[in-house]
Design a protein around this ligand. Structure first.
Ligand SMILES: Cc1cc2nc3c(=O)[nH]c(=O)nc-3n(C[C@H](O)[C@H](O)[C@H](O)COP(=O)(O)O)c2cc1C
Ligand code: SF4
Ligand code: SF4
Ligand code: SF4
Length: 592
C-alpha cells in the first residue's frame, strides 16, 4: 500500500486562517512520534470559508477536514493516520459519505483550477504528473504549426477572462500577423477589482499552468520574451511564480530552442506592479513595464500592432492562460462542449459578501446566478433575504434578486447592465444599502482614476459628492437626474475602460433600486437601515434603568436624564454615532 498522504492547503486564504501553524504542528508530530506518512503542501482548493483545510488520502479515498487548528490537527493525525479511524464530524468533503459541504463541488467543472488544491505548486514534477507541459509537448512532438495552434484556440471559442471577453484566438491571430523579430507576450496579473481573488489563486496554486499557457502563446505569435505583470501585494504568488520559472529553466522549458523546437527561444520574467487599478488596462500596463507612469493611451494602435517597446505584443489574463494548455491537450471540441453558444468553457468566480460559503468556484458558462449562490454557495448568511449580486467589480453592476435566474455568460450578464468582468461576485442581502454600494464602488474608481481625462477625473468626483450627500440625508430633488447625466457624459468622454465603466454601479442601482434613492432623498430614510446618518436612536422607556452610561459616553451631550430616571435623546443634537447603542447594557436604545 502507498503511504498515507496528509496535505495542507497553504494558499493565502489558508495561511491567513492559520494553516502554517497547522502544517508545523503536523510536521513536529510526525517527527516526534516517528509516524509513517507523507506530509505535503498544496494551495487553495476553493473552500476558503472552511480554512485551514487538511486533506488525508488513504487507501480508501480522500477526506478533507475543515476549520482545523493545532489541537484538531493532532486529533485527526492520531485518529485517522494512527488508528485508521476517520473523524466524520470534522470532514467537510469526501466522496465516501454525505457531508455538509459535498454540495460545494457538485456542478463545478474545473479546467482553469484543475490543479489548484491538488498539487504542490512549488514542485514541477507534480505539475508534470498531471498532464503538465503535455500541451506544448503535443505541439512540439507533432510539429503543429503556429497557425494550427491559433486555429485550435479559435475553435475552442475561449474569450479573454480579464473582463472584456474578446476572442483569444483572434487576438493571437492579429499578433501573429504583425511580423517583427521582437515580439512580447504579457500575462496580466494585476487583478485589482474589490472582491476578486481568482487570478491570485491560480498563480499561487498552479503557476506552471500559466507559464505553459504563455509558452504556447509565445509559440503561436512567435514571441521571444514573456512578462508576468503581477501586483506586489501578491507576494506569495510572486514567490511561487519565480520558483516555477527557475524550475522550468532548469528543465530546459524556458531558454533556447525549447521543447526541441529549433529557433524557439523564449524566457519569462516577473514585473512587480505597485498596485494601481488602472495599470491593469493594457496600454497603461505597457507604459508601466517601460518605466513610465501607468497611464492609458489612445487605441489604435492596439498592442498586437504596436505594444511593448512599439513591438507587436499580446496581453492575456491569468485565467485565460491557465486554460490554454488544457485546450491544446484535450482539443478545442472538448473545451467547447462546455458553455453556451457564444460563451464557451468555464468561468472562475470569487464568491464573497453575505454568502454562507465564500470561496472560489469554477462552473460552466451558462450556469445561473441562483445555482451559484444557493447550490454551491449555500445561500445567504443568517437566513436573510437575497437582495442583489454585484458582478464585474467597479466596472460592473448590481443584478437584483428578481433576475436571479440570469445565466452567467457574456451576453446574458451584459443584458442586465452589469458585466461578467473578471469574476468577482459580491453577494448582498436585505441589510445592504444600494446607494451606499454605488458610493463604495465610485469611491474606489474615483481614487484610482489616473486623471488624464477631465470627465473621469472631475466627473466621478462630482458623482461621489452627490452620492455621499444622499447617504448622509442631504440629498436634493434632481440628484438622481444629475447622477444619470454625469454618468453618460463620463462614459462617453473617457479614454479608457476605467472611466467608460465607472458609472455602471450607479446606473444599475438607479435602474433596479430607484425607490431606495428616492427614500434617501425625499423621506430621509435608508430602507436597508444601513446609512448611519439616516438612523434614529431613541430610548425605550420601559428598559431604561437610568444608569447614565449612555449620557456619559455620548460625544455631543445629546442625552439627558436623572440618575435612576428615564433618559431621552435630543434628535437635533444627536450625530448618530451609535455609541449609546453599543454601551447600553439593558437593550434600552432602539435604532430605526
Ligand atoms: C481599468 C482597467 C483595469 C483592468 N485590470 C485588469 C486586470 O487586473 N487583469 C486583467 O487580466 N485584465 C484587466 N483589464 C483588461 C485588460 O486591459 C485586457 O483587456 C486583458 O488583460 C486582456 O486579457 P484577456 O483577453 O485574456 O481578457 C483591465 C482593464 C481596465 C480598463
Ligand atoms: S478614463 Fe480615467 S483612468 Fe482612463 S485614462 Fe481617462 S482619466 Fe485615466
Ligand atoms: S445606558 Fe441604557 S439603561 Fe443606561 S441610561 Fe442610557 S438608555 Fe438608560
Ligand atoms: S447616537 Fe451618538 S450622538 Fe446620538 S445620542 Fe447616541 S451617543 Fe449621542
Amino acid at each position: 500500500m502507498e503511504k498515507i498522504k496528509v496535505i495542507v492547503g497553504l494558499g493565502s486564504c489558508g495561511i491567513a486562517a492559520g494553516a502554517n501553524k497547522v502544517f508545523d504542528k503536523i510536521e513536529k508530530l510526525k517527527a516526534d512520534k516517528n509516524l509513517d506518512f507523507e506530509l505535503k503542501k498544496t494551495s487553495c482548493i476553493g473552500m476558503c470559508y472552511r480554512e485551514p483545510l487538511v486533506e488525508i488520502v488513504d487507501e480508501n479515498g480522500s477526506y478533507t477536514y475543515g476549520e482545523i487548528d493545532e489541537d484538531k490537527a493532532c486529533e485527526i493525525i492520531e485518529s485517522h493516520v494512527g488508528n485508521n479511524s476517520v473523524i466524520k464530524d470534522y470532514v467537510v468533503t469526501t466522496d465516501k459519505f454525505e457531508t455538509i459541504d459535498n454540495k460545494y463541488f457538485e456542478g463545478q467543472v474545473k479546467i482553469a483550477l484543475r490543479h489548484c488544491g491538488l498539487i504542490d505548486p512549488e514542485n514541477i514534477d507534480e505539475y508534470e504528473a498531471q498532464e503538465g507541459y503535455e500541451g506544448i509537448k503535443k505541439i512540439a512532438n507533432n510539429n503543429i504549426s503556429a497557425t494550427d495552434v491559433i486555429q485550435t484556440i479559435l475553435d475552442s471559442g475561449i474569450r479573454g477572462r480579464g473582463g472584456g471577453g474578446f476572442s483569444t484566438g483572434l487576438k493571437w491571430k492579429f499578433a501573429n500577423n504583425n511580423k517583427s523579430d521582437e515580439k512580447f507576450i504579457i500575462c496580466n496579473a494585476d487583478e485589482g477589482d474589490p472582491g476578486a481573488f481568482m487570478d491570485r489563486s491560480v498563480l499561487e496554486g498552479d503557476p506552471h499552468a500559466v507559464l505553459e499557457g504563455m509558452i504556447i502563446g509565445a509559440y503561436a505569435i512567435e514571441a521571444h520574451q514573456g512578462i508576468i505583470y503581477c501586483r506586489a501585494e501578491y507576494p506569495l504568488a510572486i514567490i511561487r511564480l519565480n520558483i516555477a520559472i527557475d524550475q522550468a529553466r532548469e528543465k530546459g522549458y524556458l531558454g533556447k530552442n525549447i521543447f526541441g523546437i529549433k529557433g524557439f527561444d523564449f524566457d519569462i520574467f516577473v514585473k512587480e506592479g505597485a498596485g494601481a487599478f488602472v495599470c491593469g488596462e493594457e496600454t497603461a500596463l505597457i507604459a508601466s513595464v517601460e518605466g513610465e507612469r501607468g497611464m492609458p493611451r489612445k487605441r489604435p494602435p492596439f498592442p498586437a500592432e504596436s505594444g511593448l517597446w512599439q513591438q507587436p505584443t499580446n496581453i492575456n489574463n491569468v485565467e485565460t492562460f491557465s486554460n490554454i494548455p488544457w485546450i491544446v491537450h484535450h482539443g478545442a471540441k472538448e473545451y467547447s462542449k462546455y458553455g453556451t453558444e457564444k460563451s464557451k468553457g468555464t468561468k472562475v468566480f470569487a464568491l464573497t459578501g453575505k454568502i454562507n460559503h465564500g470561496g472560489l468556484v469554477e462552473v460552466p458558462m451558462g450556469t445561473t446566478i441562483k445555482e451559484i449562490i444557493y447550490d454551491l454557495g449555500g445561500g445567504i448568511q443568517d437566513g436573510k433575504k437575497f437582495k442583489a449580486v454585484q458582478l464585474g467589480g467597479p466596472s460592473g453592476g448590481c443584478i437584483p434578486a428578481n433576475l436571479i435566474d440570469t445565466k452567467v455568460d457574456y451576453e446574458s450578464v451584459n443584458a442586465t447592465g452589469a458585466i461578467m468582468g473578471s469574476g468577482g461576485m459580491v453577494v448582498m442581502d436585505e441589510t445592504t444599502c444600494m446607494v451606499d454600494i454605488a458610493r463604495f464602488f465610485l469611491d474606489f474608481t474615483q481614487k484610482e482614476s489616473c486623471g488624464k481625462c477631465t470627465f473621469c477625473r472631475i466627473g466621478t468626483k462630482r458623482m461621489l459628492e452627490i452620492l455621499t450627500r444622499i447617504t448622509e440625508g442631504e440629498g436634493k430633488d434632481g440628484d438622481i437626474e444629475k447622477l444619470e447625466e454625469l454618468a453618460y457624459k463620463i462614459k462617453d468622454s473617457s479614454l479608457c475602460g476605467l472611466g467608460q465603466t465607472a458609472p455602471n454601479p450607479v446606473l444599475t442601482t438607479i435602474k433596479y433600486f430607484r425607490s431606495e434613492y428616492e427614500a434617501h432623498i425625499y423621506d430621509k430614510k435608508c430602507p436597508a437601515g444601513s446609512c448611519t446618518r439616516l438612523l434614529t436612536y431613541e430610548v425605550i422607556d420601559k428598559n431604561c434603568t437610568g444608569c447614565t452610561v449612555c449620557a456619559i459616553n455620548c460625544p455631543v451631550d445629546a442625552i439627558e436624564g436623572e440618575r435612576k430616571g428615564i433618559h431621552h435623546i435630543d434628535q437635533d443634537i444627536c450625530i448618530k454615532c451609535g455609541v449609546c447603542y453599543t454601551k447600553c447594557k439593558f437593550d434600552a436604545i432602539k435604532v430605526s
